[in-house]
Design a binder for this molecule. Sequence first.
Ligand code: UP5
Ligand code: MG
Length: 190
Amino acid sequence: PGYKKITVVFVLGGPGSGKGTQCAKIVENFGFTHLSAGDLLRAEIKSGSENGSMISSMIKEGKIVPSEVTVELLQKAMLESGNDKFLIDGFPRNEENRATFENVTKIEPEFILFFNCPEEEMEQRLLSRNQGRDDDNIETIRKRFKVFVESSIPVVEYYDMKGKVRKVDALKPIDEVFEAVKAVFDPFHV
Ligand code: UP5
Ligand code: MG
């Protein structure tokens, strides 16, 4: 009693599908807090934490960081935000991520927003992003695509079986993608 319900939406899609771009627009319109698991891991590297060098080498290889590290960062960020509505971007990336988050937080996602985009388009976007990310080189990009197909798509399929996936065509221009996203979030208008 007295606990406010926490709303979590997992935002998934391949590397460069536009998760971060669309999350920024959702935040402006629907009052969610945006938590990018990748951004939290990159901040952890910068902070000089004990785990920093391990995280850094995993990101350079496109590998998935151990769940307990990521889940702890997400939990901490959720608590610190003071909000009760979260977009969790780029997580869970494999079955172990999903199970660990559920077991530790006891939170079931409201739905999964999934950005569907062809690899050729994602590759072009990542190669022209120029934000100095260590993983935006063609070698690492190919590894990220492989991990996405082998480990992350099964998570999307798991939630699809539960009727929780809202799939959006991410190949369109940013504003057109957002029109489709808005339709998914309309029940959450504040
Ligand atoms: N762009 C965006 N939308 C566009 C559109 N509709 N049309 C044309 N251009 C568009 O967009 C990418 C680029 O495309 C930008 O230049 C943008 O302007 C343009 P962005 O919104 O950044 O796409 P996003 O899907 O967020 O791409 P990102 O590279 O962040 O996705 P990843 O999933 O690869 O990266 P993330 O940061 O989530 O993870 C990085 C690594 O961290 C992982 O590979 C893994 O090693 C590690 N990680 C974990 O281990 N565990 C986790 O839980 C999370 C990450
Ligand atoms: Mg991103």
